[in-house]
Design a protein. Structure first.
Length: 245
């Protein structure tokens, strides 16, 4: 997959998150609660919680919301009981889509997701029908401004990065999930700021669409991301430059 495609999809998602700030706070708080419930409240021994807290900082989630979410996960506060569900499906033109949801009503969420896929020219598939097209990777995006490319490349590769690319005024660093922390520590030690740092699902290949199918696909992605129960949406759709914003 080209570096541009990777960043285009990430940038689009970040833009959408900025546009629905209130929902982002709710979704990240829910993720923190689940992470604490599954692995405890100490982020040093709970990678999922550490990543959720990092996402909270990136999105300026208020400290009181973070603390409340941690307390809910630890059982100190009453809260809804959420379960995690994953959906696989196809968008217009057969583009692959993976959806991760947290819900207190799986029947409601499944019906909503199925409806959205159908409304925008896609269809919900069998469990696992597209997930094999994605690999879990650590991804870091660093602005090129003032950064020595060779030094950054050597430093991150020495720390365990798998791949390093320069694309669209950014450097893109990819790691195996187990090496994410080591690369992150190396960046922090050298005072290298990231605009994106996350363990995410990356498609092994991308698919392009044109015309109405491309428009429908964007509408489907935005509708899914806007749904209260949906935490993450991954796709192998190669978002065109003129649709990134």
């Amino acid at each position: 997959m080209s570096g541009h495609s990777k960043w285009a999809n990430i940038k689009h998602k970040k833009g959408k998150m900025d546009a629905i700030r209130g929902k982002v706070t709710t979704k990240i708080s829910r993720e923190i609660t689940i992470a604490v419930r599954m692995g405890g409240s100490d982020p040093s021994g709970n990678m999922r919680l550490k990543l959720a807290l990092q996402k909270a900082r990136e999105n300026n989630v208020p400290k009181e919301n973070i603390q409340r979410a941690i307390q809910k996960g630890a059982g100190a506060l009453e809260g809804s009981s959420y379960e995690e569900i994953k959906y696989d499906g196809y968008g217009p033109g057969g583009v692959a889509i993976m959806v991760e949801a947290m819900t207190d009503n799986r029947n409601r969420t499944a019906a909503d997701v199925r409806h959205l896929f159908s409304k925008y020219g896609g269809n919900l598939g069998e469990s696992g029908c597209v997930s094999w097209m994605f690999k879990q990777k650590g991804v870091f995006i660093v602005e090129q401004d003032g950064i020595d490319e060779e030094e950054l490349m050597l430093m991150t590769l020495d720390a365990g990065a798998e791949d390093f690319e320069a694309a669209d005024d950014q450097f893109e660093i990819t790691t195996a999930p187990d090496d994410f922390e080591k690369v992150q520590e190396a960046l922090e030690k050298n005072n290298i700021k990231t605009v994106f740092a996350r363990i995410t699902m990356v498609p092994e290949t991308t698919a392009s669409l044109a015309g109405d199918e491309s428009v429908k696909m964007m509408k489907l992605l935005e509708a899914l991301e806007d749904h209260d129960d949906i935490q993450e949406v991954y796709t192998n759709f190669d978002i065109p430059e003129d649709m990134e914003d």
